[in-house]
Design a protein around this ligand. Structure first.
Ligand code: DX5
Ligand code: ZN
Length: 217
């Protein structure tokens, strides 16, 4: 199976969101990554439910919604209704993570857990069977265009080993600072899904950039 590519619309032109989503529809990408920031969990505010609905209105690919917010439980149903197929919550924002995962699944969505760069993958061991996707943050969440943190490779290898040891089918997603140089190394370490924001949208030909990322294996 080839790697899945999830461009992040955080780096798109919001004034032309329909055009940007139609470009993604026409590309080789697999998901559309939607970054929700609340100015509390992370030191930045992106956009919320109405913009997610607007993206969904034009999207032919599944929405992969990354909630960088406190109290995500309060908004799970709203994001499902806005069109999310995958909902990822942050480990650091969920005191009752197991319950939150069950709620996401009961809404008919795939359940994801994102972990900050300082959060060890070992903390997921007791819930790995319940997680459809782990989003390993390879930058500190809050902003696009940051530099990739090299320790991510170790985390991906550890996570891959944990998933295999538990016979789980959890996908490994990497988010932040991804480009054509680190993508093959991440894939070799065990990554299944690569999120890319600025690398895709700042490139002269985003469709070609997505195709090149998709073809790494
Ligand atoms: C960071 C977001 C990322 C971001 C990635 O907080 O979760 O999804 O958009 O952007 P790049 O690819 O530019 O690092
Ligand atoms: Zn993200």
């Amino acid at each position: 199976m080839s790697v899945f590519i999830a461009p992040s619309v955080l780096a798109a032109d919001f004034a032309n969101i329909q055009k940007e989503v139609e470009m993604l529809n026409a590309s080789a990408c697999d998901f559309i990554h939607v970054d929700i920031m609340d100015g509390v969990f992370v030191p930045n505010i992106s956009f919320g439910i109405p913009v997610t609905e607007a993206i969904k209105k034009h999207a032919t690919k599944p929405l992969d919604v990354h909630l960088m917010i406190v109290n995500p439980d309060h908004y799970l149903e709203a994001f499902r209704n806005a069109g999310a197929e995958i909902i990822s919550v942050h480990y650091e924002a969920c005191p009752h993570l197991h319950r939150t995962l069950q709620v996401i699944k009961s809404l008919g969505c795939k359940a994801g857990v994102a972990i900050n760069p300082h959060t060890p993958v070992s903390l997921l061991e007791d819930v790995i069977q319940d997680i459809d996707l782990v989003c390993v943050m390879s930058v500190n969440p809050g902003f696009g265009g940051q530099r990739f943190i090299e320790n991510t490779y170790n985390k991906v290898k550890q996570l891959k080993a944990m998933i295999e040891a538990n016979g789980a089918s959890t996908l490994i997603e990497i988010d932040g600072g991804i480009n054509q140089a680190n993508a093959p190394k991440l894939r070799a370490a065990g990554a299944d899904v690569l999120v890319a924001g600025s690398f895709v949208f700042s490139s002269p030909d985003p469709i070609e950039t997505i195709k090149n990322l998709k073809s790494i294996s």
